[in-house]
Design a protein around this ligand. Structure first.
Ligand SMILES: [Zn+2]
Length: 243
């Protein structure tokens, strides 16, 4: 066991502590967190303080290094995350996604489901759980998705671009990339998206999109549990035409 003062403020999973190996490394990390860090989940600068705890996240690359990162304790639990690519080049690594075509009479029918691989879940005194990322997205203009076929609020603060190679990119009003990745897009999804020029975006917490399970069943469970938020965004048609 390590005995470091105030270590409760720094969430370190046992597997992460074992990887770091020694008390010195953890103390160094603690001092770094106090001095200031950039949260690896939300990208905001932060400091470890009495009221703002941090979590140690290790990104493990297949052939490369184990990268130690810090995150707001509310943005991620501590843990080791198996990486397949560099998140600075490919945000889809931390946020896997899939396309889903809802029934034809829903609006919007074509949606992209994004499931953060790392996220924080807090349990309030009354037993309610709050996912921090979901809470942030509610502030951004997303709404809780009450039912898989429910309508979604229009969100002007984000735009989707669909490239000819099935790369979907979500940007904010300042053209900053919120998410980008290559999706497996059925023709029916693409045709409807191009016709409507709008798509839905669902963020679902605690959903394993790269697992072997029934992903739609898991998504419906997440929606039923109030772990999914959604919004309808404009699909830029200038880049959505086939080349
Ligand atoms: Zn954060």
């Amino acid at each position: 066991m390590f005995t470091i003062p105030n270590l409760a403020l720094l969430d370190i999973a046992p597997a992460v502590a074992a990887l770091l190996g020694c008390e010195q490394a953890i103390t160094h990390l603690y001092r770094t967190a106090e001095t200031g860090y950039v949260c690896t989940v939300c990208g905001e600068p932060a400091n470890l303080t009495d009221t703002a705890p941090a979590a140690v996240v290790v990104l493990a690359y297949p052939d490369g290094p184990h990268v130690v990162r810090l995150a707001h304790a509310g943005c991620s639990d501590s843990g080791i995350i198996a990486m397949t690519d560099d998140p600075t080049d490919n945000p889809a690594v931390l946020f896997p996604a899939m396309a889903w075509l809802r029934p034809a009479d829903t609006t919007p029918a074509p949606v992209v489901v994004i499931a953060p691989r790392i996220y924080g879940m807090r349990v309030a005194a009354n037993g309610d759980t709050t996912d921090t990322l979901t809470a942030n997205l509610l502030g951004y203009g997303f709404d809780l998705l009450s039912h898989p076929e429910a309508p979604m609020p229009d969100l002007d603060a984000a735009t989707a671009y669909l490239g000819a190679d099935a790369t979907l990119t979500l940007t904010d009003v300042a053209d900053e990339v919120l998410w980008s990745g290559v999706l497996d897009l059925p023709d029916a999804w693409t045709n409807r998206a191009r016709a409507d020029r709008r798509i839905g975006v669902i963020f679902a917490a605690g959903l394993a999109l790269d697992g072997d399970g029934d992903r739609l069943a898991d998504l419906f469970t997440a929606i039923g549990d109030g772990r999914a938020v959604a919004a309808c965004v404009e699909l830029d048609t200038a880049t959505a035409e086939p080349i």
